[in-house]
Design a protein around this ligand. Sequence first.
Ligand SMILES: NC(=O)c1ccc[n+]([C@@H]2O[C@H](COP(=O)([O-])OP(=O)(O)OC[C@H]3O[C@@H](n4cnc5c(N)ncnc54)[C@H](O)[C@@H]3O)[C@@H](O)[C@H]2O)c1
Length: 346
Amino acid sequence: MAWLVTGGAGYIGAHVVDAMRQAGEDVVVLDDLSTGDAARIPGVDLVVGSVGDAGLLTRLLAGRAVEGVVHVAAKKQVEESVRDPLLYYRENVAGLVTLLEAVTAAGVPSFVFSSSAAVYGAPDVDLVTEATDCRPVNPYGETKLVGERVVEALARATGLRYAHLRYFNVAGCARPELADRGRSNLVPMVFEQLVAGRPPRVFGDDHPTPDGTCVRDFVHVADVASAHVAVAQALRDGRTAALTANIGRGEGVSVREVVEIIRAVTGTADAPWAEPVVEPRRAGDPPRVVASADLLRDRLGWRARHDVEEMVRSAWAGWGSPALPGPAAGESDPVRAGGGRATPVP
Ligand SMILES: NC(=O)c1ccc[n+]([C@@H]2O[C@H](COP(=O)([O-])OP(=O)(O)OC[C@H]3O[C@@H](n4cnc5c(N)ncnc54)[C@H](O)[C@@H]3O)[C@@H](O)[C@H]2O)c1
């Protein structure tokens, strides 16, 4: 019996595939390779296609003994979702419905859904628990919340066993070749600035937080992956039938603190050109979003094991650890002053 991992050639999906195989699970991946890369999952049974392709899903599920689905595939860019909400509703909601129709027709008993802290929106609480009100503030977050509701309604109708995993800020990589190649998360965004010889940008230092910058809960992608293994096995074994759980460390780290860890790891801690530049707050950025990670620990004994420095170190290795201009290099223009424009390893 195999687990079907949709989006298994993507950043998080490939880590889930890796962890599930290491745990002895058989895996088949469905990925349209829109942002994924088959090279992340050599030797894995990969079906190239969309979760919105009903015919393909029917053939896939008829041809393989699938005991559960881990549905990671989705669009995930907040700004894009504001510009093009229908794309997000089609991919993340209509795609999910099509997948669930095939899952139901094939009688697949278990379903793990990649949800997000975006379902909470801008929660005004110290620690976000799974009981905190869900009030998403953009179409991306809305599609994740609607997705949860769709799965729950189906579970009530058919007895489908399910888990919604609400990831907080995912970072790092288990191996360099699995690194995040997107530029939408804080760590790669800062790397991108530094390798171009530009200072990191911090959006707002006047938030009601200890250092004025936003506070988030960063969680290593290898920990995210291990949570999937624990949850998938618990669903299969009947230890849980309906679960909604935060995936975070339960610790807040400010954007400024992360930038300083990145500067230390990249050797730019003393470089004046790499001092962060403060720009105006971004509209809708909540000051603090930090998970309570107790529920999954109490229910399944899972907890995150890696700290933020490990996330940054592994992510930097995934970028090929390029040499950056040192402290003395061109306080006016580090690139022209000989630092060189390092090329990130894709
Ligand atoms: N990265 C984060 O910090 C974060 C945080 C919270 C939630 N999530 C969720 O985790 C999931 C994975 O995110 P990621 O960072 O790995 O993104 P990613 O873009 O690297 O991975 C998405 C994968 O899904 C595939 N895909 C997209 N649309 C598809 C479709 N219609 N059919 C088949 N495959 C399709 C892509 O090719 C890619 O391989 C998403 O559901 C996202 O919403 C991510």
